[in-house]
Write a protein that binds this ligand. Structure first.
Ligand SMILES: [Fe+2]
Length: 424
């Protein structure tokens, strides 16, 4: 009996060996499918949604061609599987004789492609898994110079997910759950009179007629409750031209700030009609600071606030925006797209408010945000990031296209500037 188990040609020995091979193979295929998803997201984020100037992306066809191509490549594992099965069903030495291999030339050709793709895609999938585990197990230490208080959530939602059983599992659409985030930003040499200066930041409102009006009313009310010195507006005010007047009405009729409301445009505003957006908003008192700076004043002390045009659809001119701002002077800035960080060339910005990403809109518990239209993909999907001498805050914004947000609430971001030493 003992000899039978040791004899590799005996059928009873082949069963566990088969099982082991199949398990390893199944894991490889699963990892490869995960890798396919990651490769598709890479193409989607960087090429399809990432950096195009026109409303209709010239790379839209990749959305329909890349997934089947990846699946076909991965499906080539099947001949490989068959080949391995036949290889394993015969004693090892016998199975690698030229005669045996010659029986399946077609299979071997496909198997080579299948094997190569399995290794590549599985490596990508495996790396993604390990990277997510690393991020979750060893989160980055909180950035120095920021104090974030617990946020408040105003839930206006009703039942957006159609099945009660899904709602009980916690699946619901966050589109009407407004989160008011509260941050203190410590600036080393902030002019003393600006200690306690309050900035509210609204972005990506994507105002549309099918969204409930009380949603916009609540957002404006929350900004007014914060009692801001300045309101910054980060662009993408509308998705469609026909909603420009509605946007100005619901968003700006009751929005007030001591020093004013300052805005730059987003890519969707350019597509909807930049002149109409600007004139409708200017009529309500909004000041556009596209590629220029304004000076905020408090009892003779000043703080520059500058705006940089949208990264891809606009014409960002960083030199012009920084005109008159000293290289080591504290300043605040607003720009629509977080990719603007690549154009700043080592300049100092103590708070750069951005939007555009919507935080990814749909976030999965382990994988986080999947679709983030940025050259940096999910790296700058939301929150604070210190890059060189810039402290960037990416807001999840207000609106959503399509109107679905999972684990990613709309956000009214509020900041209080603090004079202090941030020890970095
Ligand atoms: Fe945008």
């Amino acid at each position: 009996m003992r000899d039978e188990w040791l004899d590799s040609s005996h059928p009873s020995f082949l069963i566990p060996r088969f099982m082991l091979v199949h398990i390893i193979f199944a894991v490889f295929v699963l990892m490869a499918l995960l890798g396919d998803v990651r490769i598709f997201l890479f193409v989607l984020n960087r090429a399809v949604f990432g950096s195009h100037r026109e409303e209709q992306t010239p790379w839209g066809w990749l959305t329909y061609t890349v997934p089947p191509l990846l699946l076909i490549l991965t499906a080539l594992f099947w001949p490989l599987n068959r080949w391995m099965e036949q290889l394993m069903s015969t004693p090892f030495v016998e199975s690698i004789t030229p005669e045996r291999l010659g029986e399946m030339p077609w299979s071997i050709a496909l198997a080579k492609i299948g094997a190569a793709w399995l290794i590549i895609a599985a490596a990508v999938g495996g790396y993604w898994l390990l990277e997510r585990i690393r991020v979750l197990a060893f989160p980055e230490p909180p950035l120095v110079g920021i104090r974030t208080q617990p946020s408040e959530v105003v839930r206006l939602r009703k039942e957006h997910i159609p099945f009660a059983i899904l709602r009980r599992l916690g699946a619901h659409n966050d589109v009407y759950d407004i989160e008011i985030t509260r941050h203190e930003v410590i600036v080393d040499d902030l002019p003393p009179r600006f200690d306690g200066y309050r900035i509210a930041f609204l972005t990506d409102t994507h105002v549309a007629s099918f969204v409930r009006r009380d949603f916009y009313r609540e957002i404006v009310a929350q900004v007014q409750l914060f009692d801001p010195d300045a309101v910054l507006l980060g662009g993408d005010f509308v998705t469609w031209r026909r909603h420009i007047r509605l946007m100005a009405e619901v968003l700006l009729s009751d929005l007030r700030a001591r020093d004013g409301i300052f805005a730059i445009l987003g890519n969707h505003d350019y597509w909807a009609g930049p002149d109409e957006v600007m004139s409708a908003m200017s009529a309500k008192g909004v000041q556009f600071i596209t590629n220029r700076s304004v000076t905020l004043s408090r009892d003779g002390e000043t703080l520059p606030l500058l705006g940089i045009d949208e990264m891809y659809r606009g014409t960002p001119d960083v030199m012009r925006a920084f005109e008159g701002v000293g290289p080591d002077e504290p300043c605040i800035a607003v720009s629509h797209h977080p990719d603007i960080i690549d154009l700043l060339g080592g300049r100092r910005i103590d708070l750069l408010a951005c939007g555009h990403t919507h935080g990814g809109q749909i976030r999965l518990p382990f994988f986080g945000a999947l679709v983030v239209p940025s050259r940096h993909e999910g790296e700058f999907a939301a929150g604070f990031h210190r890059v060189g001498r810039v402290l960037m805050y990416v807001s999840r914004g207000i609106g959503a296209i399509p109107p679905v947000r999972i684990l990613c609430r709309p956000e009214v971001a509020t900041f209080t500037l603090r004079r202090g030493h941030r020890m970095s």
